[in-house]
Design a protein around this ligand. Structure first.
Ligand code: FAD
Length: 457
């Protein structure tokens, strides 16, 4: 009887899972394997919020496998060594896994292929597991990837998506392959108090609820900070507890007013992944250099700390930063404002901000995070690299009555609009009574510094 190993990485689900389906094809035995590889911890991958969410995902995956007669095998160590070891223990002929885009993932895949082939085994890498359209599947005439979203989206939308695959009914795991104990969410320390629950069961519940009663108002509501009217499916897309192919297919089928606007966001996700696949160094280097000489002295360090703490004196930025700390998640409009403020108003290197986001975000994702940061810093794919978002005007526009600010910045809980977005305009005694800090820099000064810096770019 044929035996295969399915290596799960960021695809922690049983439904619409091409590697699992391929492994089960001949009706043989399968080892569903996850390797906790600590070699990536130093690069910011082992953030408590993501480890806690991951624990939920692994336990849910194990439970779903057990309902089908199987179980999850967990190993700790170097991925290549552990996969080869498990393949040998199970006498497996082949290993199936999802394609991935980071430099680490690309080199892991190459090392794994070589090691397995040396043992006489084959590695099959499946695409459209973690994206709806595979990186590199659509390209412009003159390059290996799209550098601008709009033409990418046109081509992406015209691609025929594969069918979504069902969940396997039975899975037989070889008894001789042992597993380490699964991690528990409760054992992870430093987790944000408002962190959401992980796992495929939770992801599917969230998608169903979203398609029933959220997506319809997405187009008009997605920028409403207090309304919180986005899907919040990002951690599930990051960990692969939801399949992007299935999400797009089901959204299109459900139709309705906001459907295409929502699908467009999934295309943004694929867009960033195809950029990172072609330019893995964009995780750490400017995609398009503007020859920035970011502020690096002590002043910048104190400003960055105020930004991290949510004490810049700009309420909507501070609200967003405090939401991040409390929930391990931040509204997209908040992310844009926080990133513009750090990189442009404070003129601090985008990598400082990206690292802090990766330390806290439950959906922290190398492609989406680094390339969105670069987009906002103007070193990435934005066609208007010097745009600066004004946090006061944006606050008034996207949080008109200040409910978002009041939710996250208790010092301003009793301050009414429009002062809630510019508390420095309150009478001095009243302002001092709030205990809320004065702005770290005036917007005019920040803008002038940024414009001067970019004059030579
Ligand atoms: P929805 O609005 O419901 O969108 C649905 C899905 O589309 C999201 O779950 C996400 O997978 C995708 N998506 C939405 N907006 C974007 C976008 N701008 N770029 C790429 N994909 C998008 N997203 C992450 O998943 N991980 C990150 O680490 C991340 N870091 C970011 C950092 C900055 C500075 C900025 C500006 C954006 C970042 N985003 C990141 C993109 C976006 O903010 C989040 O995906 C979104 O806020 C998640 O909430 P949601 O699931 O409710 O999104």
């Amino acid at each position: 009887m044929q035996t295969s190993v399915v290596l799960f990485t960021c695809d922690l689900r049983l439904s619409d899972h091409p590697p699992l389906r391929a492994a089960l094809h001949g009706g043989g035995r399968v080892v569903p394997l996850f390797v906790r590889d600590r070699s990536v911890d130093g690069a910011g991958f082992a953030a408590p919020n993501r480890l806690a969410f991951l624990a939920d995902c692994l336990n849910d995956l194990d439970a779903r496998l057990r309902e089908r007669g199987g179980r999850l095998v967990l190993r700790e160590g170097d991925t290549v060594t552990e996969v080869c070891r498990v393949a040998a223990e199970a006498d497996a002929d082949e290993v199936h896994m999802a394609g991935d885009v980071s430099a680490f993932a690309q080199s892991r895949e190459q090392r794994l292929r070589r090691a397995l082939e040396a043992d006489g085994r084959r590695l099959y890498v499946h695409d459209t597991v973690s994206t709806a359209v595979a990186p590199g599947a659509v390209t412009p005439a003159s390059s290996d990837h799209f550098a601008v979203f709009t033409p990418y989206y046109r081509r992406w939308s015209a691609e025929a998506l594969r069918e979504a695959l069902g969940t396997p009914r039975t899975i037989t795991v070889p008894e001789e392959v042992g597993s380490a104990a699964l991690p528990k969410r409760a054992d992870v320390s430093g987790v944000s108090p408002g962190l959401c629950a992980g796992g495929e069961t939770e992801g599917r519940r969230g998608l169903g609820a979203w398609l029933r009663s959220g997506v319809d108002t997405y187009e008009e509501g997605h920028d409403d900070l207090a309304g919180d009217a986005t899907s919040r499916l990002s951690p599930h897309l990051h960990f692969g507890t939801l399949s992007p192919v299935e999400v797009v297919r089901r959204t299109r089928k459900a139709g309705g007013a906001g459907a295409e606007a929502f699908v467009r966001q999934i295309a943004w996700r694929d867009f960033h992944r195809q950029v990172l696949a072609a330019r893995p160094d964009a995780a750490v280097r400017d995609y398009r250099t503007r020859r920035d000489r970011w502020r690096g002295a002590n002043g910048a360090r104190a400003d960055a700390e105020a930004w991290r703490e949510g004490r810049t004196g700009y309420p909507v930025v501070d609200a967003a930063m405090r939401q991040l700390r409390h929930e391990g998640w931040m509204h997209n409009r908040g992310r844009l404002l926080a990133a513009s403020f750090l990189t442009k108003t404070l003129y601090v290197d985008w990598r400082v901000g990206a690292r802090h986001f990766l330390d806290l975000l439950v959906d922290g994702d190398l492609a989406n995070n680094q390339l969105n940061w670069q987009w906002m810093a103007g070193t990435g794919t934005d066609t208007r690299p010097n745009r600066v978002l004004n946090p006061v005007l944006q606050g008034k526009r996207y949080d008109p009555d200040g409910a978002y600010v009041r939710r996250w910045v208790p010092e301003l809980a009793d301050v009414k609009a429009p002062y809630v977005h510019e508390p420095w305009k309150l009478p001095e005694e009243e302002r001092a009574g709030t205990g809320y800090p004065a702005p770290v820099v005036s917007l005019a000064e920040g803008l002038e510094r940024f414009r001067r810096a970019r004059e030579h770019s």
